[in-house]
Write a protein that binds this ligand. Sequence first.
Ligand code: ATP
Ligand code: LTN
Length: 337
Amino acid sequence: MPSLPVVFSGIQPSGAPHLGNYLGAIRPWVVEQAESRNYFCIVDLHALTVERDPAQLADQTRELAAVYWACGIDPAHSTVFVQSHVAAHAELGWLLTCLTPMGWLERMTQFKEKARGEQAERVGAGLFTYPALMAADILLYRTELVPVGEDQRQHLELARDLAQRFNHRYGETFVVPQPRIGHLGAGSRVMGLDDPTTKMSKTGGQEAGCILLLDPPDLIRRKVLRAQTDSGREVAVEVAGPGVANLVDIWRAVTGASREDAGRCFDGRGYGELKRRVADALLEVLAPIQDRALALLRDRAELDRRLADGAAVAQPVAAGTLARARRRLGLLSLPGG
Ligand code: ATP
Ligand code: LTN
């Protein structure tokens, strides 16, 4: 039997997970998990790149784990674990940071956006070097495929470049991973409902435009009904402006409908009707996820046990790759180690 390809991906517990995380990442993971050997990580070390409240970080880490499982991540196919439980991530992160030219990091648009307007004194160095840690996450598992949203394309390119650079300098060590972005259709770039020119994000400070997966149903409906649309009055899918196009994309992503289906359903209809249909479709998909997530969150001991099991599976795999990289670099191992 041919062995299954390895998939790795992760989300930061930097806030409550939102619709963009679901449509761009978690749902594609769930849909395709049976065809691969998967590691889905809660990347808490990445969340430390900006200052956080410690109690909140701990809560958000558990919440994200509960959401992963509630969305349908299946332990039979997929290992869920917390990044900082597997120390190899931080260690390989350092080794790769040393291999990364400053110029590569300076080109990262996410860094430029996040640091823009902040004084250099206030921007943590971790925010700058973070793509090297992300590369470590991926390379530790000999990952072949990395399913992410569109915003991560550049970081993935850097992970590939780092794998190749290491292999070239020190000998074949890492598998060069492939991005998996948007191949299932709409949803790889969900925009803010209040500002459809910026992506929906946990930390963009745009609460009204961000649908959290655990938002109460009436709040979700209100956020959708208040979404910014275009200056016209009727939907025309093929020539829609950013606001309407975003709502149509969300509807398509949630229902699995094609662009033609969307045209048949909404062309010539008012924006109000489109919004109501989007809200209905969202609530139908999110209600069972919310029920399952809240149930999981009520049993913290069980949740922590599952995360410990995940770390126990990930740890030896990561340790094996790290040991190989260390040997290649000339780092001594302890006798008997
Ligand atoms: P932050 O606001 O802290 O940067 P984020 O909301 O952008 O967080 P991440 O943890 O950085 O979320 O991303 C996790 C996954 O979700 C990644 O695969 C990313 O591509 C995807 N993702 C994030 N935002 C969106 C979005 N608006 N549309 C589609 N996918 C998204
Ligand atoms: N950088 C990603 C989160 C992330 C990730 C990863 C995604 C960290 N490590 C490894 C895929 C694979 C983000 O901020 N969206």
